[in-house]
Ligand binder design. Sequence first.
Ligand code: UT7
Length: 334
Amino acid sequence: MYAALCSIGAYVPSKILTNADLEVMVDTTDEWIFKRTGIKERHIAASDETTSDMGMKAAEIAMQRSGLEKSQIDLIICATISPDYFCMPSTATIIATKLGLEKVTAFDISAACTGFVYALSIAKAFIESGMKKNVLIIGAEKLSAITDYTDRGTCILFGDGAGAAIISASDDKTKGIIDIHTGSDGSFADLLMTPNGGSGSAHDELDREAASCFMKMKGNETFKVAVRTLTNDVIEILKENNLPSSDIKHFVPHQANYRIIKAVGDALNLNDEQVVLTVEKYGNTSGASIPMAINDIYESGRLQEGDLMLLDAFGGGLTWGSAIVPFAGKSRII
Ligand code: UT7
């Protein structure tokens, strides 16, 4: 059996936070943010809107587009660093219940911005081993809940949203995910982290800082490792699969920063048509950014059945991953 990406969906909350809005919140400018990141605006969830609410909405669209019955979904994986609840229950189980999926296997994974690629690799393994047939993978983030809006180094970057995909078993090799690379290096953990609130933080010195789950980032150092790691990773995965970059119809990178995307795209000699960019309107939505970007090209009609996508992500951990994925569309064979 091969694991085929058959369907995609996404949800974006309606409230928009523009660079102009941020100018009155922290010491920054629209010009600085756009020049350094490519971001103009990001969407922010309502205060009573949770990560599972957004994940559920994205999943509903992906399921409806797949034509599958609810009962056919046999595994749900949610990639998130902003779960509804700290530790438990998992956001995936809450999404399952909101979707009306009873007794389905459901769990979260924590791989930050690489979460969707990690989830894809787990779905692939479950399907190829024959354990599951139709896996719903979701990247959903309410990053506004863990963003410090007094820290100009991070608050200008992040947004909220969710994306979902259905990965199904197929006996047609041409529909199957070709390859996935994943990796991590915990020695860089301090570059991008939520230092407080876990078993590693000092609970005896509980204060506002220690009680918060705000993200902290060493932006410039992260930037440099991101460009180096992502470039090496995509060059390697294409080489291992004997694929020239001209065979890639859509390069769908994690949308962290336009300059990172441009550097990796240039290293692969990709033209503008091949590179999918959503960072300008959504900012960085961590684990949700890749499925949201795939959904964008699907809804605009750019993504056609058989198109080859190169996915590429990098995030806290540090973690990274890339994947070569044909869009199988409705041609799924179960
Ligand atoms: O998604 C997971 C992975 N994440 C990433 O890959 C993000 C990687 N990092 C980045 O995208 C970039 O490093 C940032 C956009 C976060 C920062 O851009 P940078 O070009 O690396 O800037 P910098 O941190 O080196 O700071 C340059 C200057 C500093 O001022 P001085 O020391 O030169 O006077 C900062 O204090 O820009 C200043 N600065 C700002 N100025 C206006 C930092 N943040 C801001 C801001 N507005 N928001």
